[in-house]
Design a protein around this ligand. Structure first.
Ligand code: SF4
Ligand code: SF4
Length: 315
C-alpha cells in the first residue's frame, strides 16, 4: 500500500473507532516551537512544574522518543456535554473532569488505532501519548491539520470548538502528511479579556503562575493559593474554563454522547463545605477513575478552603 492509501486507511479507522478528528504530520524536529517553549520556561511561567524543564531534547524531536519515527498521527475526541454550572453553593469543576479519567479512555482507543495501523503498515513501531510524556501535543495537532492554536493557547476546531482531548501516535510508518489548519481567531480577544487573573500575557502565552487551573490542579497541596489569585476564583474549585467558555467557537458545540464523559453527579454537585469534610475513604470511593484525584484530597481541600474564604463565592 502506498503512503497516501495507508494514511487514508488509518484516518478512516480512527473515525470508525470513535475519534472525532484525525490528522498526520511528518515527524520532523520542532525548531521554533521548542525555542518558544524555552522562552516560556525562561520567563518562569511554568512555576513549580519543574518536570517541564526536563527532556527538552525529546520534546524537540520525536525521533528521540521512537527511533526511526517517520509520522505523527494526532487524534481528537470531543468530551462536551450540554451541562452548565447553575446550582447554588456548588464549586465549579473544569468540564474535562466531569466524567471518567480521559487517560484511560484515550489510551484504550489509541491502542486499538495502533493495532489498526500495524495491520495497514505491518512491522511499524508505535508509541502513544495522551497528555503524558515529553511531547508537544498542541504543536502536533496544529501540524497535522486537525486544529489551530487559539489565543488562550488551547487548540480548537470550527466544528467541535476546544472541548476535546488529544491523543498522539508516533510511528515509524511513512504516511502522507496533512497541511496545518488556518487560524480562525481573527481579531477576537475574548479569552484574553475574560481571564480573571490576566494569565494570558500575549496570544498563545499563558503564565501558569497566574492561572487558576495551575493553582487548583497542578500545585502540590502544601502550597496555599496566594490571595491575589484566590480572590479571582469566582467559584472554581478545580480548574477554570473561563477562557474556553467565552470562545465564540464553543458556542455551537454538540454533545459527545460518550458515556465516559457524562457528568458524574458527585462531581458537578460538589460543595466546598462537603470537600472540607471529606474523609480519605470517601474520596477514594467517590472519585475512582476521576481526574479529581490529581490534586489529591488535600489539594482539593486546599482549594475548597481558599474558595470558602473568598467573598461572595456562592454564584
Ligand atoms: S484557565 Fe482561567 S485563569 Fe487560566 S488562562 Fe484560562 S481563564 Fe485564565
Ligand atoms: S476566544 Fe477568540 S481569540 Fe480566544 S481562542 Fe477563541 S476565537 Fe481565539
Amino acid at each position: 500500500m502506498n503512503r497516501s492509501d495507508a494514511a487514508a486507511a488509518i484516518k478512516s479507522a480512527a473515525l470508525r473507532i470513535g475519534f472525532d478528528a484525525v490528522g498526520i504530520a511528518e515527524a520532523l524536529p520542532l525548531v521554533d516551537p521548542i525555542n518558544r517553549y524555552k522562552e516560556w520556561l525562561g520567563n518562569g511561567f511554568h512555576g513549580m512544574m519543574s518536570y517541564l524543564e526536563r527532556n527538552n531534547e525529546a520534546r524537540a524531536d520525536v525521533g528521540k522518543l521512537l527511533e526511526g519515527a517517520r509520522s505523527v498521527v494526532v487524534v481528537a475526541k470531543n468530551y462536551y456535554t450540554p451541562y452548565h454550572h447553575e446550582k447554588q453553593n456548588v464549586g465549579k469543576i473544569s468540564r474535562y473532569a466531569w466524567g471518567d479519567d480521559y487517560h484511560t479512555v484515550m489510551n484504550a482507543l489509541l491502542d486499538t488505532l495502533g493495532s489498526e495501523l500495524i495491520s495497514v503498515v505491518p512491522g511499524s513501531a508505535i508509541r502513544r501519548y495522551t497528555d503524558t510524556g515529553a511531547i508537544m501535543e498542541k504543536e502536533w495537532a496544529v501540524r497535522s491539520g486537525i486544529a489551530w492554536q487559539g489565543k488562550h493557547s488551547n487548540v480548537l476546531r470550527r466544528d467541535i470548538g476546544s472541548w476535546f482531548f488529544l491523543g498522539v501516535l508516533i510511528t515509524t510508518a511513512d504516511l502522507e502528511a496533512d497541511s496545518p489548519m488556518d487560524d480562525y481567531c481573527g481579531t477576537c480577544t475574548a479569552c484574553i479579556d475574560a481571564c480573571p487573573t490576566s494569565a494570558i500575557t500575549q496570544p498563545m502565552v499563558v503564565d501558569a503562575t497566574k492561572c487558576l487551573s495551575y493553582w487548583t490542579i497542578e500545585v502540590k497541596p502544601e502550597h496555599n493559593i496566594p490571595d491575589d489569585i484566590s480572590k479571582s476564583m469566582d467559584g472554581w474549585l478545580f480548574g477554570c474554563d473561563v477562557c474556553q467558555d467565552v470562545c465564540p467557537w464553543n458556542r455551537f458545540q454538540t454533545s459527545c454522547n460518550d458515556s465516559h464523559f457524562m457528568p458524574r453527579n458527585n462531581v458537578i454537585a460538589l460543595s466546598p463545605e462537603a470537600v472540607v469534610n471529606l474523609q480519605p475513604s470517601e474520596f477514594i470511593l467517590h472519585f475512582r477513575n476521576s481526574p479529581l484525584k490529581r490534586p489529591k484530597l488535600e489539594g482539593l481541600k486546599r482549594n475548597a478552603r481558599a474558595l470558602l474564604a473568598t467573598v461572595g463565592w456562592k454564584k
